[in-house]
Design a protein around this ligand. Structure first.
Ligand code: CP3
Length: 343
């Protein structure tokens, strides 16, 4: 197996900078569209055979150095007792959002192996399929990002309901965060047990918090989850989107790898993070709409900056957009492999 990605996660010497991409499986790939044309998104997530198929597509088409399980961060939220739907226009919709203590009381901490068997079946199948290829990454949402979906009932512009709960009924918010943290710990532990060789926690909305609020309302739960998960032995990647204002806290979470978005200069981020943690990032997903030579220039710049870190895993600063030309994504992976080679 090509274990370059795993060695980079641990800060070991590598022959070249490994690369994988957030949302590397998905709508920009015609092969994904073809599977998806016969099945809705949630049913696809719950069908191990098809989830395995779409997980493997980017490994074969792009030549990335890791696979990421095809699923969604809201799958365990449904198992907590909420009704989940995906609408083509609005994205995820959770009817009956959680806004008070009684609603938090009703949320179940799922028995993940019992309630989400398709996730672990897919992981076990993937490990067999990937035996001679690349490592498998498992994932979950971070507690705060999951809380925003549960409280808002879907995506949000200013997260008013979330912040109202934080500021007006802090104990209810804390109670919700504790339930979510327990769920994330048991969900990711079970993924590691089933065979995930690294796990990433996505904190997509962490950056909407003022630094002091991140410190109080999000950080302690991430830190707790990471310290528990480290017992499983697999590297933990923490991606906090829009991290520039909160990096001083993010670097204290204990994550083995910190994912960095593109809104901060990679050198500045690395300077702040220091020499003890591997970094992952940080190309603007929209840079994939540049001509190929310009994509190469940006890759070289990020690789050069990444050299200053303990270790670097190349990634986008957020997920691949559905409109992205596949040939440019292939060119990106090739450029990282060409220019990221050590002499
Ligand atoms: O990265 C991968 O290739 C693995 C699969 C993956 C998906 N979602 C598939 C998906 C992963 C890791 C996620 C994580 C996820 N899901 C996050 C965190 C990462 C991020 O993007 O910030 C979040 C916030 C979600 C919630 C979610 N799921 C939203 C807001 C949406 C709608 C917007 C969109 O991009 O479509 C989804 C749907 C979703 N998740 C799709 C895919 C492939 C599109 C569904 C479709 O086929 O129509």
């Amino acid at each position: 197996m090509n274990d370059t990605f795993l060695r980079a996660c641990r800060g070991e010497e590598v022959e070249y900078t490994p690369v994988w991409l957030m949302r590397q499986a998905g709508r920009y790939l015609p092969e994904y569209q073809s599977v998806r044309s016969n099945i809705d998104f949630l049913t696809l997530c719950k069908n191990p055979k098809l989830a395995v198929e779409v997980t493997l597509q980017p490994v074969d088409i792009l030549g990335v150095d890791a696979a990421i399980l095809f699923s969604d961060i809201l799958i365990p939220v449904e198992a907590m007792g909420m009704r989940l739907e995906f609408s083509d226009k609005e994205g995820p919709v959770l009817s009956e959002p959680v806004r008070n203590k009684a609603a938090v009381d009703r949320l179940i901490i799922p028995d993940v192996e019992e309630d989400l068997p398709f996730v672990f079946d897919a992981i076990r199948m993937l490990r067999k399929e990937l035996e001679h290829k690349v490592p498998l990454i498992g994932f979950s949402g971070a507690p705060f990002t999951l809380a925003t979906y549960i409280i808002e009932g879907g995506s949000s512009k200013n997260f008013l309901n979330t912040k109202k709960m934080m500021f007006q009924t802090g104990q209810v918010f804390q109670y919700l965060m504790e339930k979510l943290t327990d769920t994330v710990i048991s969900y990711l532990s079970a993924q590691i047990k089933a065979g995930a060789q690294a796990v990433q926690m996505f904190d997509t909305w962490a950056g909407v918090l003022a630094p002091g609020d991140y410190k109080k309302f999000a950080f302690p739960y991430v830190k707790k989850a990471i310290s528990e998960l480290k017992k499983g032995g697999a590297p933990i990647i923490y991606f906090a989107n829009n991290c520039a204002g909160i990096l001083d806290e993010v670097k204290k979470t204990g994550a083995d790898v910190i994912g960095v978005d593109w809104r901060i200069d990679f050198s500045s981020a690395i300077k702040k993070i220091g020499k003890k943690t591997v970094v992952q990032g940080n190309l603007d997903p929209c840079a994939l709409f540049l001509p190929k030579e310009k994509i190469e220039d940006r890759v070289k710049d990020i690789l050069w900056k990444g050299d200053a870190a303990k270790g670097h895993i190349f990634n986008l600063g957020h997920g691949v957009l559905p409109q992205t030309p596949v040939e440019n994504v292939i060119a990106l992976v090739e450029a990282v492999h060409t220019y990221g080679r050590r002499e």
